[in-house]
Design a protein around this ligand. Structure first.
Ligand SMILES: Cc1cc2nc3c(=O)[nH]c(=O)nc-3n(C[C@H](O)[C@H](O)[C@H](O)COP(=O)(O)OP(=O)(O)OC[C@H]3O[C@@H](n4cnc5c(N)ncnc54)[C@H](O)[C@@H]3O)c2cc1C
Length: 401
């Protein structure tokens, strides 16, 4: 490309990883992130299959292992806190529902941010408001910064991507909601979870989960509920917390304690769960990456691996083809089958995650118990292996100095 400047919207997981690889290829990368600083928060995300390979090629696998959280596995509990089913971490050889390396999302985002930082220009607290492309580049307008011109713009700005909305059309055209909302936050609480990721379901499609954080006294909490579309202000955190408090009032287990911890949480995040599907991920000099282009939903456990692999392939193709049109076509061709597999929801789909009735909750616990035994155990391990494998090109980009 004649001009080497690339703008990446979104400094979550995909954006910094792309910036790291593009810098290795000699591109000048600017990341614009709407948050005022790298965003902490989230529960654990899995590093598996090809995603793990990308981290290894970045030379960060040892550091990733060092920040991984200890886990005994997932345990379903009833309203009195009694364990009704367990999926121990080693049940699927590290490649199943619980992967070998589970890292708190905020820790992983920080690792990639730091790896990209020396060679990337970060602009926080800003967002793209208009894109105007011609044959040679894209003129970009920002909410706060002065307009600039780039050779390519990458939307790595998550499920509600601003770049996607500007270049590909309204969210409703591309986001396919699952009828589920999930919130995440960190609680400072001494709740004893015995090292398990504990998951409680209540009738009405309510799920509450809590897992030990990496630091003592830290608990990573999630509340999920099934619902048709609800209108809320994405910037009004107090209103979002009120939605959760209202939905979960009176639910059993440790819910009252976790709800009161939610009031003081600074990293609270509420998201409507939806898959992003588009026939093509680029339009001229604008391209989508990670959740912005192909969010599979947290139910699949594959969103982070998709983002990592997508970033590596996009950078590799831009670096080795020398023509953005060819590179973007190749990116689509290489990623499309991998994304297709990863977007298949696990058995039971939303019902498996948030069963609606007491009977369905008991059946889910029974099916969890069956999952650890042959033949279900082998079937699940092979499904995950299939969904997380891709014939990953080796771009052999020069090391950073
Ligand atoms: C706070 C948070 C917590 C999460 N927790 C979990 C979890 O517990 N489990 C799970 O499976 N997945 C979680 N996810 C989603 C998970 O990170 C992604 O599915 C996956 O890692 C793909 O990463 P991504 O970089 O494409 O998207 P994301 O990680 O969502 O990153 C997108 C980034 O773009 C930024 N952004 C959004 N809009 C704009 C804009 N207009 N301009 C500039 N920047 C913008 C966001 O602030 C964010 O930093 C979470 C995401 C976030 C943001």
């Amino acid at each position: 490309m004649p001009n080497n400047d690339i703008l990446v919207s979104g400094g979550g997981i995909a954006g910094p990883v792309l910036a790291y690889w593009l810098s290795r290829a000699g591109f000048a990368v600017t990341i614009v992130e709407r948050a005022p600083a790298p965003r902490p928060g989230g529960q654990t995300v899995d590093l598996r299959g090809a995603g793990r390979t990308v981290v290894a090629r970045m030379g960060l696998l040892d550091q990733a292992r060092a920040i991984a959280v200890e886990q005994r596995g997932i345990a379903a509990v009833d309203k009195k806190g009694r364990i009704t089913a367990r999926l121990p971490a080693d049940s699927f050889g590290g490649e199943g529902i619980v992967s070998e390396i589970e890292i708190l999302r905020g820790d992983l985002a920080r690792l990639f941010y730091e790896a990209s930082l020396p060679h990337t220009e970060y602009v926080f607290d800003d967002t793209v408001t208009a894109l105007e492309q011609d044959d040679d580049g894209v003129n970009v307008t920002f909410e706060k910064s002065a307009p600039r011109r780039f050779s390519l713009v990458v939307g790595a700005d998550g499920l509600h991507s601003a770049v996607r909305a500007l270049a590909f059309g309204p969210h409703a055209r591309h986001i396919h909601p699952l009828g589920l909302y999930i919130s995440w936050f960190t609680a400072h609480d001494e709740l004893d979870l015995g090292g398990w990721y504990q998951m409680y379901n209540a009738p009405g499609g309510l799920t509450v989960s809590a897992r030990p954080g990496r630091l003592p006294g830290e608990v990573k909490v999630s509340f999920g509920f099934r619902s048709g579309p609800i209108a809320y202000d994405r910037r009004d955190v107090a209103a979002q917390k009120a939605i959760i408090a209202g939905r979960f009032a009176g639910a059993g287990w440790e819910t009252p304690r976790l709800l009161s911890a939610m009031a003081g949480a600074s990293d609270f995040f509420l998201e409507s769960v939806g898959q992003v599907r588009l026939d093509r991920w680029s339009r001229g000099r604008v391209v989508l990456l990670g959740d912005a282009g192909y969010c599979p939903t947290p139910l699949t456990g594959l969103g982070t691996s998709l983002a990592l692999v997508g970033a590596y392939v996009l950078a590799g193709e831009l670096a080795t083809t020398g023509d953005h049109r060819v590179a973007l076509r190749n990116y689509d061709r290489i990623m499309r089958p991998y994304v297709g597999e990863a977007q298949k929801l696990p058995p039971g789909g939303v019902n498996g995650f948030a069963p609606s009735t007491a009977l369905a909750i008991r059946m889910r616990a029974a099916s969890m118990r069956a999952m650890t035994r042959w033949p279900m155990r082998n079937l699940i391990a092979s499904q995950f292996a299939k969904a997380s494998s891709i014939d990953l090109p080796d771009y052999d980009l020069p090391a950073l100095r």
